[in-house]
Ligand binder design. Structure first.
Ligand code: HDE
Length: 706
């Protein structure tokens, strides 16, 4: 076998030992074959169940103990296996072995999550997304436990229990589920000005990802990389999706939470099953130790990012996720991440939030996974060998041989040996630290607004509008006027116009003067509008059709979409088959009742007189078009299909008001072709429109009911 693939295979093989296929015979856990699992053992046909029914007892006991506590945060998640490869050696900056050789594929397991909701909550809520990666490196496991936003709410780990208590459902009635839109959360935030930068991110569209495959990831904290010569760099880590960053719109997320609460989870699963392997490039911002103090903010402050204009992001490698887990519980639920899992060449900084995390993860896993042996669970085992004198505890699996379980020893030749001469051993960076024991926030952490303003200034008008509407929703749910007022005051430290717009929406008196002058700086890379928009790979397109559709148009468009990597599904009133005007049969993929425009990125309506007449009478079909239009999605129609768009409530698209004489026309993401002979050109225009993700120019201005 190719040695490169060897390291990638190692984790697969280590999991293989624990995989179990369904066998022919039903057995007990002791291996005894069972003849009947439908009837308990009873004293007579109508008599009491007998205690000696070991099969009943074992089955029921195991069931009774099936649940474990869910994660206190990030309870709802989905994961995938894959591998990571560095593009070029990072030896200049770090000695971490998995970052040296571009031919080495390091196995990874990645879990994406929401933060606030319970395990069964909906995917599409407004929330931060967790992005946790376990690298099974040859030198041990390295966990990069990040989020999809580059900063955090608080500066010190000691505030985390307060933050989480405030955002979780209120304790007296356990409402609301998976939402920050309630008094407790905004009460806390209004008293914590340090959270304002993160609040801007949470109110932005970053909190509503279209797909886990289309969001960025961030290590958040400043970490330290150390090279073979002992030289250190401070480093911020980024994950970048080649598909670009794309979000849902608020109305869509609300509807999806009911129609498909698994929307992001399903998207991840399906993409991998279909071979559209999610990819993320790893980027780093490197700052030499000696330059650490050259910024007007503190690199140890997790409410700050390093603007890319100051330190560019260097792309150093790529992660590909190519396999779904076999078993949700065994893998996705039992995986245990920890920012303290580092390998030689990677070290921490004194970021007080990071320092707090270094305690919390193992601690919470001790209760969640029931004792100290969770590192032995298949998904958590490193591919590097482990040897130490840790013994016993609940559910110990390793059978440690021999008489010796202490160090130093002479009876086992001193093994396992802690050897300071071992060049491969982890050594902590010898940072000079001195000071008084003190509970005090550093003065260098005191600017809470400059970067919140930077973020606001960097967004497009549409993105800013979305922040304002999000604040109206969130604060509109708050009952206490004083909390609303305090929030308006905080927004007034970010930007005066923003504060006035927030105040107007929630009926609070607007501030008359800015609390701080807007510095006017921008960082264009912070806007999602500037993301990649060149591909329709793995995008979902609904084709609305009924009996009598134009078979040539439908087939040609479907083919063109699929050739471009999109997936096209036929949606109609009933399941089964529909027949084209010329007699071809097509299978209906989804019925209107079981789907909605919210589950697709774009809509296509092929011609066919009879099909269009039927769809015009179909409220669901008209609603499909209206809703997709309102959500700014690409819509195409050819031949008589254009008539269906005209019958909808679409407004402000002039091409629908005139006849195009067989020409392909495209305006605001609506593509039409009245003739129907130039389907290829229509498909090209449609594909371009889909790649734009959304056509915001329609928003607000051409509002349609949906
Ligand atoms: Fe976490 N966090 N966190 N966190 N975190 C957990 O660990 C914690 C923070 C993040 O998919 C818990 O095993 C503290 C920042 C992710 O399994 C817990 C503080 C970032 C996940 C915990 C933070 C994260 C967690 C809950 C402030 C982004 C899910 C269950 C000091 C850089 C990992 C668990 C997975 C999970 C503590 C702040 C990311 C309680 C104390 C900042 C992605 O230990």
């Amino acid at each position: 076998m190719n040695p490169d693939n060897n390291s990638e295979q190692k984790k697969l093989e280590s999991l293989e030992m624990f995989r179990r296929e369904t066998g022919e015979n039903l057995t007990t856990n002791q291996g005894v074959i069972i003849d009947d699992t439908n009837n308990s053992l009873t004293a007579g046909e109508r008599g009491p169940t007998l205690m000696e029914d070991f099969h009943f007892r074992e089955k029921m006991t195991h069931f009774d103990h099936e649940r474990i506590p869910e994660r206190v945060v990030h309870a709802r998640g989905s994961a995938a296996h894959g591998y990571f490869q560095v593009y070029e050696s990072m030896a200049e900056y770090t000695k971490a072995k998995f970052l040296q050789d571009p031919s080495v594929k390091t196995p990874v397991f990645v879990r994406f999550s929401t933060v606030v909701g319970f395990r069964g909550s909906a995917d599409t809520v407004r929330d931060v997304r967790g992005f946790a990666t376990k690298f099974y490196t040859e030198e041990g496991n390295y966990d990069l436990v990040g989020n999809n936003m580059p900063v955090f709410f608080i500066q010190d780990g000691i505030k985390f229990p307060d933050l989480v208590h405030a955002v979780k459902p209120e304790p007296h009635n356990e409402m609301p589920q998976a939402s920050a839109a309630h008094d407790n959360f905004w009460d806390f935030i209004s008293l914590m000005p340090e959270s304002m930068h993160m609040i801007m991110w949470v109110l932005s569209d970053r909190a509503l990802p279209r797909s886990y495959r289309m969001m960025q990831g961030f290590g958040v904290h400043t970490f330290r990389w150390i090279n073979e010569q002992g030289k250190a760099h401070l480093v911020k880590l980024h994950w970048r999706p080649p598909l670009g960053m794309h979000s849902l719109v608020w109305d869509e997320t609300q509807k999806l939470a009911g129609k498909d609460p698994d929307f992001n989870r399903r998207d991840l699963w399906n993409a991998i099953e279909m071979g559209h392997y999610p990819e993320f490039e790893l980027g780093v911002q490197l700052v030499a130790e000696e330059d650490a103090d050259n910024f007007d903010f503190d690199l140890l402050d997790p409410t700050k990012l390093i603007p890319e204009e100051l330190v560019p992001v260097k792309i150093i490698g790529k992660m590909t996720l190519n396999r779904n887990p076999d078993n949700f519980f065994a893998e996705t639920e039992q995986v245990a991440f920890h920012p303290g899992h580092v390998v030689p060449g990677i070290d921490f900084s004194n970021d007080p939030l990071l320092q707090g995390r270094l305690f919390s993860y193992t601690d919470t896993q001790l209760i969640r996974l029931g004792g100290p042996n969770f590192a032995e669970l298949p998904i958590n085992r490193p591919v590097a060998p482990t040897h130490n004198n840790q013994r016993d505890g609940y559910s110990r699996q390793t059978i440690d041989k021999g008489q010796v379980n202490y160090f130093p020893n002479s009876r086992a030749g001193g093994c396992p040996m802690a050897n300071p001469e071992n060049m491969r051993a982890y050594t902590h960076y010898a940072e000079k630290v001195e000071g008084l024991k003190i509970r005090k926030r550093s003065d260098s952490f005191k600017d809470h607004f400059s970067q919140a303003t930077l973020f606001w200034n960097s967004l497009s008008e549409v993105e800013q509008d979305h922040i304002v509407s999000a604040s109206h929703f969130e604060l509109g749910k708050v009952e206490d006027k004083q909390i609303q007022q305090r929030m308006v005051d905080l927004f007034n430290h970010v930007d005066h116009e923003l504060a006035k717009r927030v105040a107007k929406g929630i009926g609070i008196s607007p501030p008359t003067e800015p609390a701080l002058e807007n510095h006017g700086h921008r960082s264009p890379s912070l806007s999602m509008e500037n993301t990649v928009k060149d591909s329709v790979k793995s995008r979902q397109v609904a084709i609305l059709a009924a009996d009598g559709f134009d078979g040539t148009q439908l087939m040609q468009m479907k083919q063109a979409l699929e050739d471009a990597g999109a997936s096209a599904k036929i949606v109609s009133k009933f399941g089964g088959m529909i027949t084209s005007a010329s007699g071809e049969q097509m299978k209906v993929d989804k019925m209107f009742i079981a789907t909605g425009s919210i589950m697709y990125d774009a809509i296509y309506v092929p011609g066919g007189q009879q099909s269009i007449e039927t769809l015009k009478q179909e409220g669901d079909a008209i609603h499909f078009i209206n809703e997709a239009f309102r959500h700014c999605k690409a819509i195409a129609a050819t031949g008589e299909g254009v008539e269906l768009l005209k019958a909808s409530s679409i407004q402000g698209v002039s091409l629908l008001e005139s006849d195009s004489n067989g020409q392909v026309q495209s305006e605001k993401g609506v593509v039409t072709l009245t003739g129907g002979s130039e389907i290829h050109s229509a498909a090209d225009a449609f594909i371009q429109a889909i790649a734009q993700h959304r056509h915001w120019v329609r928003e607000q201005k051409e509002r349609v009911p949906a």
